[in-house]
Design a protein. Structure first.
Length: 256
């Protein structure tokens, strides 16, 4: 698990070296309807940062099969803001990517239900969530605007339709979380995050007191935006400098 996060940290740094910026957490995320697109009025895509770093984790074979003009979920073939969910893109994702999964988590990796705001079918869950401030600020609520339009407090390193450069991380890269562990199965068996498509349950709400690490929302499980793991006493986090730390579950809040 720790090694997975280190690989993802290196991939994010290599992406930054190539593009001079970190990848956006999501691209044009939302539901059917133009008013539900992050900071745009155009095409729904629901692409994710996990897809964008595939070439940097030895998964270029999957990356090269993507048609980036087509959506990854909850949109109509990338041509309008209305319509039914397309399945064109899903044929690319035939199996999970091991680096996105914690080997200690026994949860089901795939989702076989229908698609909605909270989940996608077919979808592959990831054990590592993108850290945001709350569930509804620079987070996963559709229509709240892009990364660049949010205040500095609300911005995570990766955000909707935008992301930070190293120079933007004023708290210091060694003090800033990018990813953290999250259990595959939460209080609903449909919740994400899914690495192959953006949904309303994509982000981890580090700034919310109700979503502390390993918080028991019900039956030993976290809620949709909660951080958690199957490691005793806490979980791993990835910092912007690429370091991986084990954070105690006794920390009152993951972020400010």
């Amino acid at each position: 698990c720790k090694n997975n996060l280190k690989q993802m940290g290196l991939a994010l740094h290599n992406y930054h070296d190539t593009h001079r910026v970190f990848p956006p957490a999501t691209i044009n995320a939302g539901l059917n309807g133009c008013n539900n697109v992050h900071g745009t009025t155009g095409i729904l895509l629901n692409h994710t940062c996990y897809q964008m770093i595939l070439p940097f984790i030895d998964q270029a074979n999957i990356y090269n099969l993507y048609n980036w003009s087509l959506p990854s979920g909850r949109a109509n073939h990338g041509t309008s803001c209305t319509g039914t969910v397309t399945t064109d893109q899903y044929s690319v994702v035939k199996s999970p990517v091991p680096v996105f999964l914690c080997p200690s988590d026994p949860g089901n990796q795939s989702n076989s239900t229908t698609s909605s705001a909270y989940y996608v079918s077919p979808g592959w869950r990831t054990s590592y969530g993108v850290v945001s401030h709350t569930t509804s600020v620079a987070g996963s609520t559709p229509g709240l605007g892009s990364w660049g339009s949010n205040t500095s407090l609300a911005k995570g390193t990766l955000g909707p339709n935008g992301a930070a450069k190293f120079r933007d991380i004023t708290d210091g890269t060694s003090n800033t979380m990018v990813l953290c562990e999250t259990q595959l199965i939460k209080t609903s068996t449909s919740y994400g995050p899914y690495w192959n498509a953006a949904t309303h349950t994509f982000y981890i709400a580090a700034g919310s007191s109700g979503y502390t690490l390993n918080f028991d929302n019900s039956g030993g499980k976290q809620y949709a935006w909660g951080a958690g793991s199957f490691h005793v006493g806490g979980g791993h986090i990835l910092l912007a400098d690429g370091a991986v730390r084990f954070l105690s579950e006794n920390v009152g809040r993951l972020g400010v």
